[in-house]
Design a protein around this ligand. Structure first.
Ligand SMILES: [Zn+2]
Length: 454
């Protein structure tokens, strides 16, 4: 209970303390890059009460930031200490304002559906009074959070850190503040218009650069996390591990760290495929032409047929996005495919469309249609999905159907106890997967298309 009260107190952060700073002219550089907010705040007084250590750290991080990125800040960034769950409230506040919460919740639900998580196993989306960062959860590992200036320019540091960790976290979050100052996160992330795939790709630039600049010798997170079976851990492998690798790969093109930042933020990758394959991002920088995400006729026809069939059975599209090559990796890993097989299959990704039906937050069903590099790749993905779904005791039955005059064979699992319904279909280089409740009417609709015309 005490935890919840402290968390809420963080949001009501004492405005008088914030008002004490001097007003700076627009564009002018603040005397200091950052400053504590209420450093004597009880009860969080671990390392920062050592005045000498604090002064050393203050000077070090301040000087580093000026020298490293050199972006003028009109006002110092406010820094506050908080227990890890405090990040949750900051993240919620930022997310609610910039629209990222909608995107993150929608894709979490889509991933749960696609990985056959049943309703009873779903994580709650609302904050409960006794919520806390469970040991092992992503939040319990979080060292710091930067709250963008369109909410409140503030850095929240985990009060459980050692002085050394705190300095590293401060430097990292200060790089984010400078990125925000120079490029404006609000425009860079442009919620809610951007797809999940774009958001992850841009996050990889943001985090890859911050990790490389602020923690050059630290290998806290690595590419190994990309092989995890848990998609939230894979996220960390993408944005920190693959993101850092990507930023390093273009480092030689820039004469300074500031030039590197400009290059990355002015020409961000359009898709996680470029983050996972740095040579494709190099192509964007060489040619100035973004990677093409083809939408061949067969892909469009399959997507439209599934959307129309879902709509005719009362399941409209409530939210549409793109999962990207990284999203395909996550779906396959969550369904239980081995890391080696994921590495073989996912690079054949060329495009996809993701749809939550009826309600973005509590979708009745989720559809994803993929476009792969070749019909053989689509066949391999179709077979893998079929095996993974069958392995969950959801028996797949053949469903004869027709699309644009072509006879197809889909597969459906309906009414399996304890599992959602599923429907898979392949056409040429495209594969469609629908997972959700009550898909009997959908399967009946597509099955009717196979009946001979009279
Ligand atoms: Zn970061």
């Amino acid at each position: 209970m005490r935890i919840a009260i402290v968390g809420l107190a963080l949001l009501a952060l004492t405005p008088p303390a914030l008002a004490q700073q001097s007003e700076a002219a627009p564009g002018a550089r603040a005397e200091r890059v950052w400053r504590w907010v209420d450093p004597d705040r009880e009860p969080f007084q671990p390392w920062h009460t050592d005045a000498e250590a604090q002064a050393r750290m203050y000077a070090q991080a301040d000087g580093d930031m000026r020298a490293i990125v050199g972006i003028p800040l009109p006002q110092p960034v406010e820094v506050v200490l908080s227990p890890s769950f405090g990040f949750f409230f900051v993240t919620m506040e930022v997310g609610a304002k910039d629209g990222s919460l909608l995107l993150d919740t929608s894709v979490s639900r889509a991933m749960e559906q696609l990985s056959f998580v049943t309703k009873a196993q779903r994580k709650p989306t609302t904050v409960s009074a006794d919520w806390r960062g469970e040991p092992g959860s992503a939040l319990s590992f979080a060292h710091g959070v930067y709250a963008p200036k369109h909410v409140k320019r503030m850095i929240v540091l985990n009060c459980d850190l050692t002085a050394e960790q705190a300095e590293r976290a401060l430097r990292h979050e200060l790089v984010h503040a400078m990125q925000d100052e120079a490029f404006g996160f609000k425009d860079f992330f442009a919620f809610p218009e951007i797809t999940v795939d774009q958001k992850w790709a841009r996050q990889a630039i943001e985090e890859g650069y911050a990790t490389l600049i602020a923690e050059p010798t630290e290998a806290r997170v690595s590419l190994d996390d990309l092989a995890s079976a848990d998609w939230t851990l894979q996220m960390s492998g993408l944005v920190y591990g693959a993101g850092r690798r990507l930023v390093e790969s273009v480092g030689e093109r820039a004469g300074s760290r500031r030039e590197l930042l400009d290059l990355l933020f002015q020409h961000p990758p359009a898709t996680t495929r470029e983050v996972l394959h740095p040579e494709l991002y190099q192509h964007l920088l060489d040619s100035g032409t973004p990677l093409e995400l083809p939408s061949p006729e067969g892909f469009v026809a399959l997507r439209d047929m599934l959307l129309a069939a879902m709509s005719s059975t009362g399941h409209g599209a409530a939210w549409r996005s793109r999962l990207g090559e990284f999203g395909l990796r996550c779906v396959l890993s969550e369904l239980g495919l081995s890391a080696d097989r994921v590495d073989e299959l996912a690079p054949a990704w060329r495009n996809d469309e993701l749809i939550n039906h009826d309600d973005w937050r509590e979708p009745s069903a989720t559809t994803v249609v993929w476009s792969l590099s070749t019909p053989e790749a689509a066949e391999a993905l179709d077979a893998a999905l079929g095996q993974l779904i069958s392995a969950r005791s959801a028996k797949l039955e053949p469903v004869p159907m027709r699309l644009g005059g072509q006879a197809l064979q889909g597969h459906a699992s309906l009414g399996a106890a304890g599992w959602p319904d599923a429907f898979i279909v392949r056409s040429g280089e495209s594969v469609g997967l629908v997972v959700g409740d009550g898909l009997g009417a959908l399967v009946e609709t597509v099955r009717k298309s196979a009946a001979p015309e009279r």
